[in-house]
Ligand binder design. Sequence first.
Ligand SMILES: NC(=O)C1=CN([C@@H]2O[C@H](COP(=O)(O)OP(=O)(O)OC[C@H]3O[C@@H](n4cnc5c(N)ncnc54)[C@H](OP(=O)(O)O)[C@@H]3O)[C@@H](O)[C@H]2O)C=CC1
Ligand SMILES: O=C(O)C1=N[C@H](C(=O)O)C[C@H](O)C1
Length: 238
Amino acid sequence: MKIALIGYGKMGHAIEEIALQRGHEIVLKVGIENIEDNTIENIRKADVAIEFTGPEVAFDNVIKCLQAGVPVVSGSTGWLQRFDEAKAFCNKQNGALLYASNFSVGVNIFFAINKKLAELIAPHREYNVSLTEIHHTQKKDAPSGTAITLAEGILKSIRQKKQWVNEASNNPEDLQIISERIDPAPGTHSITYTSDIDDIEIKHTAHNRKGFATGAVLAAEFLQNKKGIYSMSDVLGL
Ligand SMILES: NC(=O)C1=CN([C@@H]2O[C@H](COP(=O)(O)OP(=O)(O)OC[C@H]3O[C@@H](n4cnc5c(N)ncnc54)[C@H](OP(=O)(O)O)[C@@H]3O)[C@@H](O)[C@H]2O)C=CC1
Ligand SMILES: O=C(O)C1=N[C@H](C(=O)O)C[C@H](O)C1
């Protein structure tokens, strides 16, 4: 499979390594230093584009891949306020878009555990829930995309929480997400339910970026020759 890498930073490099190991060819690598190569014509040389850039530029990059008629896997976080627009454009173009706030198999299993735990705890209102995410200091967005997905999974079941907030809060309706930035943390997420009697905590710790990169390549393999909007749960059948 011919892959265009849009964004050639920490994730772009990690994805390149896994893609080559799996027998794929990288036909385009775009970073800030060669941004002039980020053209529809160049993207068209690929079977699939994998986009890991950042919050400010992800939407434009996704749109450009869809304009090129190339299926796009996007892992950039912090741009989901424009996701509905991207989905509408994808459908209008009859294109293919796969987004996940986290591509690792472990985190996607963790998402399922998080939802199940929230369902089990929901009737027991003596528990208060909070969320912590820890990432490296170069991360541009807070809270992490993964933390937002986890918070959405909790808010579906824990009805006394009305919204997530990214700060310490005494409002019982706020689901508190605490963001810590410590090097070299690739990504740690924990959810804690606290009562006077006991605590229940679940935690996922990424040791490196291999899981995210492998998941992104699996997603690209899945998306080739498809139309529509997908997520990592479609790839993993979760
Ligand atoms: N969904 C998931 O599983 C994961 C998601 N992420 C997300 O992926 C994104 C990238 O992460 P990471 O690789 O660690 O970040 P990096 O900052 O290491 O890499 C991003 C790269 O994109 C480049 N870039 C900036 N603007 C453009 C543009 N317009 N076109 C092409 N390239 C551009 C940057 O260049 P420069 O540095 O010169 O600005 C940089 O090299 C983040 O949003 C992060 O949160 C990360 C890990 C896993
Ligand atoms: O920026 C990162 O590094 C990561 N970003 C994603 C997120 O915001 O959830 C996924 C992973 O945790 C690493």
